[in-house]
Design a protein around this ligand. Structure first.
Ligand SMILES: N[C@@H](CCC(=O)N[C@@H](CS)C(=O)NCC(=O)O)C(=O)O
Length: 211
C-alpha cells in the first residue's frame, strides 16, 4: 500500500494519475497548503525541501515528482507505462521524463513563484514575464516534436504523456495557454480519455475544463 502526500492539482497529480492508471492500492494524505502544512516539522522529515509530493512505499520515502513516477513505472512493469529497460525507446522515455521535469516543470516554478527568483516586486514581475515567454517556447517545441504522433514515444502511451497533461493543465491560465496549440489539445484529449484520469480529477475535487 502506497501513501501519496498530495494537494489538489499540484505536482502530486502526476503520481496520483499513475497510481490510478496502474490500479495499485494507495491512500492519499492531504498536505494542507492553505495552512502551509508543507513546512510542518513532520512533513519536513519526509521532504526537507517542503515541497509536494512525497510517496511512501514501505520503508522507502521519495520526493521529486519525476523520481516517484519512474519508481512507479519500475514497480509495475505490467502497466506498460515505460518501455523495457535497455531499449532505444527506454532512452527516449528518460529523455522526455527528464526534459519535462527540468525544463517546463522547473520554469513553472519561476512562473508560479517569481518572488523566489527576485528581490523586489518589480523584479518578480519581470521574472514572471520572462518565464511565460520561455514556457510558450517550450510548449511550441514540444508540440512540434509531437506533431504527427499520438504519444510522446513512438512505442505508445507512457508516463511521460501523463506528465505532459499535468504541465498543459498548469498553463491553462496563461495568456497563450498550451491548449491553444492544436497538437497539445489533441494530446491532452487522448490522455483525458483514460478513465483513470477522470477518476483522479474527481478524487482531487477538480472539475472540467481540465486544461
Ligand atoms: N521538483 C519538485 C517540485 C515540487 C513543487 O514545486 N511542488 C509545489 C506544488 S506543485 C509545492 O510544493 N509548492 C509549495 C511550496 O513551494 O511551498 C518535484 O517535482 O517534486
Amino acid at each position: 500500500m502506497y501513501t501519496l502526500y498530495y494537494y489538489p492539482g499540484n505536482a502530486s497529480l502526476l503520481p496520483h494519475l499513475l497510481l490510478r492508471e496502474i490500479g495499485a492500492p494507495f491512500e492519499l494524505a492531504l498536505v494542507d497548503r492553505a495552512r502551509n502544512a508543507q513546512h510542518d516539522p513532520d512533513y519536513l522529515k519526509l521532504n526537507p525541501n517542503g515541497r509536494i509530493p512525497v510517496l511512501i512505499d514501505g520503508d522507502t520515502v521519495l520526493f521529486e515528482t519525476a523520481a516517484i513516477a519512474l519508481h512507479l513505472c519500475d514497480r509495475h512493469p505490467e502497466a506498460g507505462l515505460a518501455p523495457p529497460l535497455g531499449t532505444a525507446e527506454r532512452g527516449q522515455f528518460y529523455k522526455w521524463m527528464v526534459h519535462l521535469t527540468n525544463t517546463p516543470q522547473a520554469e513553472f516554478r519561476a512562473w508560479f513563484y517569481p518572488h523566489e527568483h527576485a528581490d523586489s516586486a518589480e523584479a518578480a514581475a519581470s521574472v514572471k514575464r520572462v518565464a511565460q515567454t520561455r514556457l510558450e517556447g517550450m510548449f511550441e517545441r514540444i508540440a512540434a516534436q509531437l506533431d504527427g504522433r499520438d504519444w510522446l514515444l513512438g512505442s505508445g502511451m507512457s508516463a511521460a504523456d501523463f506528465f505532459l497533461l499535468m504541465l498543459v493543465r498548469w498553463g491553462r491560465a496563461m495568456p497563450h495557454p498550451p491548449r491553444d496549440l492544436p497538437v497539445l489539445a489533441a494530446h491532452a484529449a487522448r490522455v483525458l480519455a483514460r478513465p483513470a484520469v477522470l477518476a483522479t480529477f474527481a478524487a482531487e475535487g477538480i472539475a472540467a475544463p481540465f486544461v
